[in-house]
Design a protein around this ligand. Structure first.
Ligand code: SF4
Ligand code: SF4
Length: 479
């Protein structure tokens, strides 16, 4: 019997080894493909650049779509659906399967920034740009501005926000850095978001001859996002440009498959970062605020109170309209914001951002406290950072369902009923919470907690995940 099970085990093992080999072969095929066609990527970037300009700017010259217009018969509506109903959710989802492939292979903004860099001043990158909080600031500014100008509803706002990002990417690329992408590493609000969630991805780029010592910043190196290739352990800054991949070289970088979420489960050895956690908390809170002001009645109550206070003090300018680039001003669509709307949206979003950050941090602090009491050898700060990564799946699904809500309008067009869509959303939600639980469990195991000791911190972690999910509930499923 023993012999038989040994034989079965051996057959199973060799079958799985064979499958692994096939997978590796497939990825080495990918390596060879990009090794041979690397120089053609610039044509793809050029094509994407032109497409990007068409989608953003052509609607500005077209007449107003009527109420019955659909993506199939009106270009302005089509462009909006393409950006929010396909581009955003698909790029976001693709991170799970292909990491930041959007950045390295397709994004016209990063490519334009690098193009400008090759022709630019190539100044040394100053310390204020290398400050890790810089992309957090840019993410918050873009998220707040996106709400006050109505980026999801108005083609002018879409052109302003994405055209503005493109322009800034080119200016930054023109001034700073030498043969690299300072914008992508230090400023881009989209890149930071994709980078964070690329840690969950099943793809990794790692050195064939890794060197000990952990991740390092290498401004004069070969990588456009300044990664020290031999010490690379984390995925977040890798834009998957394939430039460091050479299947012929013994010491280049290689592309491999890994289990879903593996990097987060083993976050201890993959450079967990305080700035990344701050971004996760503040960024998720800000995105949540961007939805809740549209949904919760408390927003209108707060707006009323602010308005009355200004009028009582004789500051009637609060009712005036501000500049078009700061707030929505579209009488033709019956939407004109005044300073009262502007301040109310900013204040409400700030309150939600801070509340979300404080509550989730507090839950995570309790989880960390329990973890240390039950035997973790980590310092509080280190353990806190590692445990905060467990909430990523539910935050990701929430952002996807919230920001990518238009994707589900395609589902309706394809004939899926309202109930069917709710079931799909709920299933994604439940799966994401179960995934958070698993991540938390593994992070605790890597903090050397035995099975029994992991139960209590896991329950606390589950409360954190449920909190994230419930915060998004009104934005996704309605009140
Ligand atoms: S980091 Fe931003 S600009 Fe750079 S490639 Fe990615 S999305 Fe594009
Ligand atoms: S690590 Fe390699 S693939 Fe990733 S961004 Fe750097 S050069 Fe490109």
């Amino acid at each position: 019997m023993n012999n038989e099970s040994e034989i079965i085990k051996t057959i199973d093992l060799s079958a799985s080894e064979h499958q692994d080999q096939q997978r590796v072969n497939k990825l080495s095929g990918l390596e060879w493909f990009f090794y041979h066609h690397q120089n053609k990527l610039r044509w793809l970037h050029l094509m994407m650049f032109v497409l990007f300009l068409i989608l953003l700017f052509v609607p500005l010259f077209l007449s107003e779509p009527n109420e019955q217009a659909t993506p199939l018969n009106n270009f302005t509506v089509f462009s909006n659906y393409l950006m929010w109903g396909l581009w955003f959710p698909l790029v976001f989802l693709s991170v799970i399967f292909t990491g930041r492939s959007w950045c390295g292979l397709l994004c016209p903004m990063g490519a334009a920034s690098e193009w400008a860099n090759q022709r630019g001043l190539q100044k040394k990158i100053p310390a204020f740009i290398r400050w890790e909080g810089m992309p957090i600031v840019s993410f918050l500014i873009i998220t707040f501005l996106g709400q006050t100008v109505g980026v999801r509803d108005h083609p002018e706002a879409l052109a302003e926000v994405f055209g503005g990002i493109m322009l800034l990417a080119i200016i930054v690329g023109y001034i700073w850095g030498s043969k690299n992408r300072v914008w992508c590493r230090h400023f881009c609000p989209i890149g930071l978001l994709l980078g964070l969630f690329s840690r969950l991805s099943i793809i990794q780029f790692i050195s064939k001859k890794p060197k000990a010592g952990g991740d390092k910043y290498a401004e004069d190196g070969f990588c456009p996002t300044m990664i020290d290739l031999r010490q690379k352990r984390e995925s977040r800054h890798c834009i998957e440009c394939f430039r460091c991949v050479n299947p012929k070289a013994k010491s280049s970088v290689t592309v491999k498959l890994r289990a879903l979420g593996q990097e987060v489960e083993q976050i201890k050895t993959h450079n967990p970062g305080s700035a990344e956690i701050w971004f996760f908390l503040l960024g998720t809170g800000a995105a949540l605020g961007g939805f809740l002001w549209l949904t919760l009645p408390q927003y209108n109550e707060m707006r009323q109170a602010i308005g009355e206070w200004f009028v009582l003090n004789g500051w009637y300018w609060i009712g005036d309209t501000g500049p078009w680039w700061l707030m929505s001003n579209h009488p033709e669509r019956r939407e004109v914001f005044n300073w009262l709307d502007f301040f109310s949206i900013i204040s409400f979003m700030t309150i939600i951002t801070l509340l979300f950050t404080v509550i989730l941090s507090s839950i995570n602090a309790v989880t960390t406290y329990l973890t240390i009491k039950l035997g973790s050898q980590d310092h509080f700060k280190q353990s806190f950072k590692e445990l905060a990564y467990q909430y990523m799946p539910v935050a990701m699904v929430s952002l996807l369902l919230g920001l990518g809500g238009k994707l589900f309008e395609w589902f309706s067009i394809l004939g899926i009923s309202e109930n069917g869509i709710i079931i799909i959303k709920l299933s994604l939600f439940i799966l994401s919470i179960l995934w958070c639980l698993r991540l938390g469990w593994q992070i605790l195991a890597n903090q050397k907690l035995d099975t029994m000791a992991r139960i209590l911190p896991s329950i606390s972690g589950l409360i954190g995940s449920l909190f994230v999910g419930l915060c998004w509930w009104p934005a996704i499923f309605g009140l």
